[in-house]
Design a protein around this ligand. Structure first.
Ligand SMILES: Nc1ncnc2c1ncn2[C@@H]1O[C@H](COP(=O)(O)OP(=O)(O)OP(=O)(O)O)[C@@H](O)[C@H]1O
Ligand SMILES: [Mg+2]
Length: 257
């Protein structure tokens, strides 16, 4: 690959008391790639997401985004820098409608301040209308436009996961980080998610994907990084990962077979 990595991280370490959750982790993501992050429970996958998106501060680490040095700080700054994420446990505003949830995501990219919105300044009103329009487009994109006016709490589990993705896309990311988006989905929901991820890759941005569904990961990822006890034990294309002895040992010979 000749272009510069979109995200390049090196020597990332994170400790929780006596537990070394991440040790000297490195990862590269190129534009238009889906990069998978796999590993057994407690391997450090979510911790790495939390470090990349500024929720946790790493003790050591070098980060660059689109070739420029990047230091993950407050989550809204991370969103402005172009990284959006979803969470392992769904975090939506349960009483707000699907459309309003996406509009909240969009506010990262708006220009009119809170005061403008409160005073119903004409420029703020115009911007609000544009945000709503964009939210509807994104709901359409993820396949739940018909649920725009429904409260998030009344959406099915799979649709809530789609809504989270729409809200993340509303920030116009260059990288979308998804933490177990297929968890709890049935077969047909997973198939739909597979198609949606390919569409995001083709039309929107690169994806960093944590997922335990090995079949999905092997078929959708361009490259996979494997974490075990906070360390990278393998990196490569899915077919290489599938037969890597260290990876098979980490999974006790079961899941990847
Ligand atoms: N805020 C925290 N405080 C203390 N320990 C933590 C914290 N967050 C994570 N850990 C620990 O760090 C290790 C890595 O956790 P992490 O959630 O990153 O794993 P994971 O790979 O995402 O696992 P899973 O597949 O179960 O989601 C675990 O031992 C976990 O208990
Ligand atoms: Mg996790």
């Amino acid at each position: 690959m000749t272009s510069a990595p979109l995200l390049h991280i090196e020597q990332v370490s994170k400790r929780f008391g006596g537990l070394q959750a991440l040790s000297d982790v490195k990862l590269k993501i190129y534009p238009h790639q889906i990069v998978g992050l796999i590993g057994p429970n407690g391997a450090g996958k979510t911790t790495l997401f939390n470090v990349i998106t500024g929720l946790y501060q790493a003790e050591t680490g070098r980060f660059s985004l689109s070739g420029k040095s990047y230091s993950p700080s407050a989550p809204h700054r991370v969103a402005q820098a172009g990284i959006a994420r979803t969470f392992q446990n769904i975090r939506l505003f349960a009483d707000m409608t699907a459309c309003e949830n996406v509009m909240v995501g969009r506010h990262v990219r708006t220009h009119q301040g809170i005061l403008g919105a409160i005073l119903r300044h004409p420029a703020a009103r115009k911007e609000e209308a544009e945000i709503e329009q964009r939210a509807h487009e994104l709901l359409e994109f993820v396949g739940i436009a018909h649920l725009a006016d429904r409260a998030a709490r009344h959406l099915s589990y799979g649709d809530q996961r789609r809504l989270e993705i729409a809200r993340a896309l509303a920030t116009d990311p260059i990288l979308l980080a998804l933490d177990e988006p297929a968890a709890g989905m049935n077969h047909s929901e997973k198939d739909n998610l597979h198609q949606l991820l390919l569409k995001i890759k083709a039309q929107c941005c690169a994806i960093l994907l944590i997922e335990h569904d090995v079949k999905l990961m092997m078929s959708i990822c361009d490259r996979i990084t494997v974490l075990d006890y906070g360390k990278v034990i393998a990196e490569g294309e899915p077919h290489e990962i599938q037969k890597n002895p260290a990876v098979l040992a980490a999974y006790l010979g079961g899941e990847l077979a």
